[in-house]
Ligand binder design. Sequence first.
Ligand SMILES: Cc1ncc(COP(=O)(O)O)c(C=O)c1O
Length: 405
Amino acid sequence: MNPAEIYAGFLKHVAQTSSAPMGLVVESARGCSLTTPEGHEYTDLLAGIGVAALGHGNPRVLEAIEKQARRYLHVMVYGELLQEPQVALASRLAGLLPERLESVYFTNSGAEAVEGALKLARKASGRSRILSFHGGFHGDTLGAVSVGGNPVYRDPFEPLLPGVGFMTFNDRESLGVVDSSVAAVIVEPVQGEAGVVIPEAGFLGELRARCDEHGVLLIFDEVITGLGRTGKLFAFEHEGVVPDILVLAKALGGGLPLGAFIATRELQRHLSVDPPLGHVTTFGGHPLSCAAGLASLEVIVGEGLSERAAVLGGYFAERLRSRLASPVLCEVRQIGLLIGIEMSDPQIVTRFVRECMREWLITGWTLHDDRVVRLAPPLVITEAELDEASLKMQRALARVPGSEL
Ligand SMILES: Cc1ncc(COP(=O)(O)O)c(C=O)c1O
């Protein structure tokens, strides 16, 4: 198909939910670049929203996929046959996590892992109420939408899960609603789609204490923050606050679909009794995804990419703060290589993102705060690439009306 045919087919036959898709035809992707059929090379500052932690086409990941593809693909629904790639990835994750996060249930996606975590919390606690946070995002299945913290995306789908309440991130007083009627609190340890909102020191610790006091399970959704993105392998390490259930996805599969919810074996057991098979999935923990995920994880750990993300993220944010300084810039928020650039209004952001594309940069805004440009480049990006990207963003912003100093 030529690019025009691909574009026409995309609009006609690939169901759209974006009113203004980026619309780039991808010819190939390597490292931090995406190339179009016309030979235009874009620097990918989003990495498929944090999926491509090692950039695109990492040779170790490709080799693991190829090797596993020759052994076997899908063989059986989740948890019946012993598949080495699943066992190896689960064991490696457990070895990197605190003791209580020892048992991994693999899913296909983040939302599906959130669903599993919510079901597990309800079943284990015998309670039904779930608390979450305004601005939070946990995926787009019905359960995940129910705990999503933006009414714009909930209201059209009501009635949703009953008994869901919302607290305010970084507001300790709002934690007062956590009581013994609650099964679980679900929270992103750094809110991504809310505009990269970083917790104040002690906030997550106070939430943990409040949950402990009332026997409430604490679920950390690290779908975007997990696996090195925030400068630690897991964002909960920043404050040493360990959840009862950890949800991962995005970078977990090394570019293939994979999610997981992780807890103690004792807790996970609730999904295998009364009734047995209380949670099943056909494709969850696909051997290709697990093999790719393990190869990717080994690179992240072996090459110290989390630590590198902390240093590079600091460097990039400092460049952005000085180069984007203008009346329309409100704040640059950064933790590792997860960055939110808050601007004065959504129109400025839309125009800026478009101008960035004209500079061959892929960026995007966050779903629950369209005043924020979110960046999540591959963890392997270099200082030189970030420096150049910040210069291009400076040029892009200079073309946005109102940005003149
Ligand atoms: C924090 C968080 N949780 C859950 C999800 C849903 O993951 P998926 O799109 O794989 O269903 C996302 C997706 O962006 C996310 O950022």
